[in-house]
Design a protein around this ligand. Structure first.
Ligand SMILES: NC(=O)c1ccc[n+]([C@@H]2O[C@H](COP(=O)([O-])OP(=O)(O)OC[C@H]3O[C@@H](n4cnc5c(N)ncnc54)[C@H](OP(=O)(O)O)[C@@H]3O)[C@@H](O)[C@H]2O)c1
Length: 274
């Protein structure tokens, strides 16, 4: 495992995504993921699985300090008055006293980011959150947040071989922030790309493993693939026994010019151009 160390945090670069993993399937996958070596779990209030994530993690019986748990405040919970109650409910469902990372899930047009972050910071100071972060923020929104005196640990955004994030990566790098890549497998599309397939064959790996390796090999980039089976979860974490060389890293990066964005809901901000 690669561990990203920044801003006093130690974050496993490969995490386990849980969107679309619900009910008994979710509960069952948690102990499996931990057994395979995952320690970083990504959930959100909006995924409606915090209770199953919490139950599954409890079933595994690992010490809380060994886990990194991220959750996210949904858009109707960003008012400063709503934050403490929303977080309390998440903690109850997750069966824990604190989360390692609390994110604003999507930037809001209605509630100023700095107000939500101030309420989140109070929760951090009270010990219920270790680190603050954001998700789906643009370069301009990151600049606004840092100019306002906040120092988020990460911006969690869509990032995979078919969507470059050059501007955002530079902005986050300048601030020692982590870019957490969601939809890192481009929801399966990486398996069909001839460049990735060729590199995978050269290493005796799968295209999915090449895509994940390409992400975590970049400075302060984490990836959180979702897997619904032990087989996929095991394959996704078997990426620390090989490395891509500079030419291969560049070849995969070049695919990002296609700019294929898979997650673009009506409430999304105006995305960065490059
Ligand atoms: N912050 C945000 O707004 C946001 C938005 C989207 C996602 N996320 C987070 O990011 C996580 C990952 O993104 P995602 O779930 O959208 O997409 P993803 O991880 O790119 O792709 C997941 C899909 O790939 C399949 N898969 C996984 N491992 C595989 C393997 N080794 N071989 C073949 N297929 C494989 C999964 O199938 P199976 O289920 O059958 O294994 C699933 O259909 C989410 O779960 C969530 O935690 C955050």
């Amino acid at each position: 495992m690669i561990t990203i160390e920044t801003k006093g945090a130690r974050v496993p670069a490969l995490g386990f995504g849980t969107w679309n993993l619900r009910g008994a399937d979710c509960r069952k996958m948690m102990p499996e993921a931990l057994e395979l070596g995952y320690r970083h779990i990504d959930t959100a209030q909006a995924y409606e699985n915090e209770a199953e994530v919490g139950q599954g993690l409890a079933d595994a019986g690992l010490a809380r300090g060994e886990l990194w748990i991220t959750t996210k405040l949904w858009m109707d919970q960003l008012d400063p008055a709503a934050v403490p109650r929303a977080l309390a409910k998440s903690l109850e469902r997750l069966r824990t006293d604190y989360v390692d990372l609390l994110l604003i899930h999507w930037p809001s047009d209605e509630v100023p980011h700095l107000e939500t972050l101030a309420a989140m910071a109070e929760q951090r100071d009270a010990g219920r959150v270790r680190h603050l972060g954001v998700s789906n923020f643009t370069v301009e929104q990151i600049a606004e947040v840092t100019a306002g005196g906040f120092d988020p640990l990460t911006n969690q955004v869509e990032y995979h071989p078919f969507l470059s994030q050059d501007d955002l990566r530079a902005a986050l790098d300048e601030r020692d922030m982590i870019l957490t890549a969601y939809a890192p497998l481009a929801r399966g599309k990486v398996a069909e790309d001839p460049v990735i397939v060729r590199i995978a064959e050269a290493h005796g790996k799968t295209p999915q493993q090449v895509a994940l390796r390409w992400l975590v090999q970049q400075r302060r980039v984490a990836a959180i693939p979702k897997a619904g089976s032990r087989k996929h979860a095991a394959a996704n974490i078997a990426i620390f026994d090989f490395a891509l060389d500079e030419a291969e890293m560049a070849e995969v990066a070049a695919l990002g010019r296609r700019r294929e964005r898979l997650v673009d809901p009506s409430w999304a901000p105006v995305w960065d151009a490059a």
